[in-house]
Design a protein around this ligand. Structure first.
Ligand code: SF4
Length: 338
């Protein structure tokens, strides 16, 4: 790297809370020499978080399969033959039993997912009962229920929901390649409702869906330009499921995934960057590199909605090898997002 390039690189590491991230600027970050990029992301990570603390979340599907949407990555769409067993919205007791186990295993947050385009008004009573009951266990609560109608975000907040997960999925210009049943703007509209209701935002996307690097940069720029930035940013690596349109997607090189984590960390310095789906296919070394690059949250538990996740024992072993510990009130060092 030349001195001129170094100067340019320092110029493109702005304070994101005050600076707009263009796709070009994010692309320039991607182009930083790999080890330099990881080093800089690690520095940003240390400014805002305890790098030894990993936030653990557990994800449970509370309504599975039969979704009318056509997300090209998703085995829960009713349009694809993937062998997923449909399951109606679970009862409160079933969810609570799982939430208690998650808590006993160190999870601080319990995330609940429902395979809907969005909840119907008639679903809300049971959903809010579930949220209240999980919250009463002393866990942080997160829900991912799809597009929200007016007033629903307020109902969820009132029930005790802390976070709403609603991913941007992919770059705006790539959106129609992956999903045709909704638009990128529909996602933004629900995110606006969620923020207005005072919920925290969990919002990320998926890489490895045949997108270009520029489109990956477009996804990260879209996330980083949300104002305020999301408190949680799950970065998923596509899990290719037979029967879905993306089952044969081209593999993404591991370095490109790690770069994406680093770029997310630099552009969203105060957000939890979560290593999410796809971790089962990652080596321990690759996961360690992701933690170095600023990932500080994982899904913990052997299932992610309907796809696999590393065994909890394996996670505990990896965390022990890397001297990482579950995040607690005591070891947390985080600045609130203004
Ligand atoms: S990702 Fe969500 S909205 Fe899309 S098909 Fe799957 S369950 Fe439905």
């Amino acid at each position: 790297m030349t001195t001129t390039q170094s100067v340019q690189l320092s110029e493109i590491t702005p304070h994101p809370s005050v600076e707009y991230w263009s796709v070009c600027k994010v692309e320039a970050l991607y182009e930083t020499p790999f080890l330099e990029l990881i080093y800089r992301a690690a520095q940003v990570h240390r400014e805002h978080f305890n790098p030894q603390a990993i936030q653990l979340s557990t994800l449970m599907s509370i309504k599975t399969g039969g979704c009318p949407e056509d997300c090209g990555y998703c085995p829960q769409s009713a349009r694809y033959q993937t062998g997923v067993q449909n399951q109606q919205l679970l009862d409160v007791d079933e969810v609570i039993a799982k939430a208690k186990i998650a808590k006993s295993r160190g999870a601080g947050r319990f995330c609940m997912g429902a395979a809907w385009r969005g909840p119907k008004p008639k679903d809300m009573e049971k959903v809010t009962q579930i949220i209240k009951a999980v919250k009463d266990l002393g866990l942080e609560t997160c829900g991912t229920f799809g597009l929200l109608q007016d007033g629903m975000a307020e109902e969820l907040k009132e029930a005790g929901l802390d976070y709403y997960n609603h991913n941007l999925d992919t770059a705006p210009e790539n959106y129609h390649e992956v999903i045709s049943t909704r638009r990128f703007d529909d996602r933004l509209s629900t995110l606006g409702k969620v923020r207005k209701a005072g919920l925290k935002v969990c919002c990320g996307g998926i890489v490895g869906m045949n997108e270009t690097r520029k489109e990956r940069a477009g996804l990260i720029a879209s996330l980083a330009n949300l104002d305020p930035q999301p408190e949680s940013v799950p970065i998923n690596q596509l899990v290719k499921v037979e029967g879905t349109p993306l089952a044969e997607a081209e593999d993404l090189d591991w370095t490109e995934f790690v770069r994406t984590i680093a770029v997310a960390r630099i552009t969203m310095p105060k957000s939890y960057v979560r290593l999410s789906a796809g971790r089962q296919g990652m080596t321990e070394e690759m996961q360690a590199m992701c933690f170095m690059a600023g990932a500080n949250s994982i899904f913990y538990g052997d299932k992610l909605l309907v796809t696999g996740n590393p065994e909890e024992d394996g996670d505990q072993l990896l965390m022990a090898k890397l001297d990482l510990e579950p995040e607690t009130e005591e070891n947390r060092k985080v600045l609130e997002i203004e």
